[in-house]
Design a protein around this ligand. Structure first.
Ligand SMILES: [Zn+2]
Length: 58
């Protein structure tokens, strides 16, 4: 799941994914990494829906 131009550092495209710690996003351009539970600036609900949707499609 790509989130275009959402990187807070470089305005690059971020990819949503999850690991054992939960959901996270990583910037494809600069490598900036956000763990969603630690980042209040992110719209969690919207992202979680997007992540679930991506998982369902996989
Ligand atoms: Zn970036």
């Amino acid at each position: 799941m790509l989130n275009l131009k959402t990187c807070p550092r470089c305005k690059g495209d971020m990819q949503a994914d999850r690991d054992v710690y939960g959901n996270f996003m990583r910037c494809l351009q600069c490598g900036h990494y956000i763990h969603l539970r630690d980042e209040q600036a992110i719209d969690h609900e919207k992202l979680l829906k997007a992540v679930r949707k991506a998982k369902d499609a996989a």
